[in-house]
Ligand binder design. Structure first.
Ligand SMILES: [Zn+2]
Ligand SMILES: [Zn+2]
Length: 333
């Protein structure tokens, strides 16, 4: 299997500069883990548009607040694992994932509102017998709704139940607002490192064949491909929520973490680097980094927020140098 993946890499390697949109700047890392520090650049990255907060993290926080206010029961009501409130969490998660992911799909793939402008792969997904019912879209929806949503709901329910019972200590916003703000900031850094680790694990050939190949069938991914994973991958992917059992946080941050984990993949797999609104405004969409992972497999296991792929020699920023380095690494292995 490893040989097959490598052969595929090499075949695809020759196509690196053809196809659709490639951002001229390649994959850019934020000025977060740099030495010497660049405070001005860091502030611009944190508060700029697009930046760390705007638009996506603010949107995830807003969604978490909305759900927290209107749909999550009182903590006291979650002290026992009962069907009613867990079913309600399941329904909320199902609606959130379905609406958010469908919005991307409808605009970019049904309306084709911007045709292939900023699309990384200039082709549209085609019927393919490797997918359930020979249809990538249907296959992706089935794995997302029937596996991702139950698994994420299980993690959410167990974490909130443990917090409600004091099994997991948490702190209140009124007592420790700065600390919780820092935990929120660190959440995305942690998610990046966690994803890198589980992602490398499931690229181990036996696990790749059994588990992760299901996700990689999406060589030309769309929004629904993001959470189209094998159930084992869902269990690993959403296990990042277990950090709240170790680091004291707050139920609202658990929800924010879950929303970011559920929404992030739809955006990151939508296949377009930007969504064009009204012909001019651009909303940042899929990262070039993860697109390159779907194209070349053995690079970019993480996100660009930490330099972890650089540290472990698996970084590909879209440049010719990075591409040559990847080819040499594949040949050496
Ligand atoms: Zn992916
Ligand atoms: Zn992968």
């Amino acid at each position: 299997m490893a040989d097959l993946i490598q052969a595929d890499n090499l075949v695809q390697a020759d196509k690196v500069y053809t196809g659709g949109w490639a951002p001229p700047e390649g994959v850019v890392s934020p000025p977060l883990f740099v030495w010497p520090p660049r405070p001005r650049a860091l502030l611009k990255w944190l508060f700029g548009l697009p930046g760390y907060f705007f638009p996506w993290n603010v949107f995830y926080v807003g969604t978490a607040l909305l759900v927290w206010t209107f749909f999550i029961p009182e903590m006291a009501g979650m002290k026992t694992l009962e069907f009613d409130w867990i079913a309600r969490l399941f329904a909320v998660n199902a609606v959130l994932v379905f609406v958010f992911t469908s919005a991307w799909h409808l605009r970019l793939y049904v309306q084709r509102a911007q045709d292939i402008t900023f699309k990384y792969n200039k082709r549209w997904p085609k019927a393919n017998s490797t997918f359930l019912f020979g249809n990538q879209h249907i296959d992706n929806i089935i794995w997302t709704m029937l596996s991702a949503v139950p698994v994420m709901t299980a993690y959410l329910a167990i974490t909130l139940w443990a917090m409600a019972n004091g099994l997991v200590p948490y702190v209140e916003w009124a007592d420790h607002p700065i600390y919780l703000g820092l935990v929120m900031l660190a959440t995305q850094v942690f998610r990046d490192v966690h994803f890198y680790c589980i992602h490398r694990l499931i690229h181990w050939p036996p696990l790749y064949r059994w588990v992760h190949s299901l996700h990689h069938k999406n060589a030309n991914p769309g929004p629904w491909s993001g959470l189209a994973m094998h159930p084992v991958e869902h269990v690993l992917y959403f296990s990042s929520l277990l950090i709240h059992f170790v680091v004291p946080s707050n139920p609202l941050l658990v929800l924010y973490h879950l929303v970011a984990s559920a929404f992030g993949p739809a955006r990151d797999h939508c296949g377009f680097s930007s969504v064009v609104m009204d012909g001019k405004a651009r909303i940042p969409a899929a990262s070039y980094m993860h697109y390159l992972h779907h194209r070349y497999f053995e690079v970019n296991y993480g996100d660009s927020i930490t330099p972890i792929d650089r540290w472990f020699g698996t970084w590909h920023d879209g440049s010719r140098d990075a591409h040559e380095a990847m080819k040499q690494r594949i040949l050496k292995n």
